[in-house]
Design a protein around this ligand. Structure first.
Ligand SMILES: [Zn+2]
Length: 385
């Protein structure tokens, strides 16, 4: 099963919760979040003491993952084996197992990988090399939002498979070989099952928020986690603060001939293209953001803006809202030259030919962009990413 097929495996189960497209890789789950338990300290303590409880340990947004040939699973540990750190309740599954996440100390996962049973060769234990910090694609998160300065989802810097050369592609494929290693959501999510994809996404989103929001915005006092890690309280003034999520609109625009608009951000490598995206601004609806971003970046006026589904993109804290839109007037593309380097209309045949000739590279299956392009294309996208 390919990564794309693995990603699609969740379609039927999650369809009732999904938008019309469904099946987004990071929009899956198999646990009940039991939000009503977050304030029940007795229940939390007994859940933590339960030997059946499982804990997902995070180190800088990464987790220990056991990769098989075509699938992967998180390495979850009993609470007694989890490192010290801020923890949060993630949920309860159908058989009653409780799940927590823990923000472990730096380097804790490399150590755990070393100590794990030797069912892998040593080189496969090495941590994923730290990717250079991307500057973000069409939009940038404010500086203080780091850990990763990537707001929308098409950041090529950490996407790894730029595949400029066959040597790079070979290196990427080698990384995906079976074994136990530390990995991020981008690398692992499409291979994980519904339970693990949901746990990982939930935990990374909370961890990113705690890392970047440590003090009260009213008075500057260090805040304390409450609600099983899902909120913070200021001990000085009692104010409560909740995880911040940045909505971003991402849109597939078509023309009257049903050609699809694809663009390359100035910061992306050569050949990488995707659909347009941008943050929703204060005082603006998601649909207004779609129209504004398309016009700003390509000069195209759109109509019939239609929501098709969403997925969290906690890198560090976005929620991607997927849309379709149609070019309403002229089709001449005038790129803004600040964010967009080039943009073109593609028919399905032209896209197939451009991919076959390796003239362009599409975003990987983990992205909502991939699914939106695939839904327009009508079948599984050919090629690599
Ligand atoms: Zn305060």
């Amino acid at each position: 099963m390919s990564a794309a097929q693995a990603a699609g495996a969740g379609h039927s189960e999650d369809q009732e919760f999904a938008g019309e497209l469904g099946g987004f890789v990071l929009a899956r789950s198999a646990v009940d979040r039991v939000s009503e338990r977050r304030g029940d300290t007795e229940w939390i303590a007994s859940a933590w003491a339960d030997t059946a409880t499982r804990v997902l340990v995070l180190d800088n947004g990464h987790a220990l993952v056991r990769f098989g040939d075509k699938e992967a699973e998180l390495v979850l540990v009993p609470a007694s084996e989890a490192p010290e750190g801020l923890n949060f309740l993630l949920g309860v599954d159908d058989s009653g197992v409780r799940y927590f996440g823990v923000m472990g100390p730096p380097g804790c996962l490399e150590q755990a990988a070393e100590e794990a049973p030797r069912q892998h060769s040593p080189e496969q234990v090495a941590a994923e090399p730290e990717a250079p910090a991307g500057e973000g694609p069409a939009q940038q998160a404010p500086e203080q939002q780091a850990p990763e300065q990537v707001a929308a989802e098409e950041d090529p810097a950490e996407q790894a498979p730029e595949q400029q050369t066959t040597a790079e592609q070979a290196a990427w494929l080698a990384r995906a070989k079976p074994g136990l290693r530390v990995a991020g959501l981008r690398e692992a999510a499409a291979l994980l099952g519904d339970r693990d994809a949901g746990l990982f996404t939930h935990a990374v989103a909370l961890a990113n928020w705690h890392v970047s929001h440590t003090h009260c915005p009213r008075c500057g006092t260090p805040t304390q986690p409450i609600a099983a890690g899902h909120a913070q309280r200021c001990p000085a003034d009692g104010s409560e603060h909740f995880p911040r999520i940045d909505p971003a609109a991402i849109m597939l625009v078509t023309d009257p001939d049903d050609r699809c608009l694809l663009a390359r951000n100035r910061r992306w490598p050569q050949r990488r293209v995707s659909i347009l995206a941008g943050f929703v601004e204060p005082g603006e609806s998601a649909e207004q953001a779609v129209a504004r971003e398309v016009e700003e970046e390509t000069g195209i006026a759109v109509s019939r803006v239609r929501y098709v589904g969403s997925q969290p993109w906690p890198m560090p804290q976005s929620l991607m809202l997927g849309f379709r839109a149609e070019a309403a007037g002229g089709l001449d593309l005038k790129v803004d030259d600040e964010e967009i380097a080039e943009a073109h209309w593609y028919s399905r045949d032209e896209l197939r030919a451009a991919l076959a000739a390796r003239e362009i590279l599409l975003p990987p299956p983990v992205s909502i962009a991939h699914r939106l392009i695939e839904s327009w294309y009508g079948e599984e996208l050919p090629g690599v990413w």
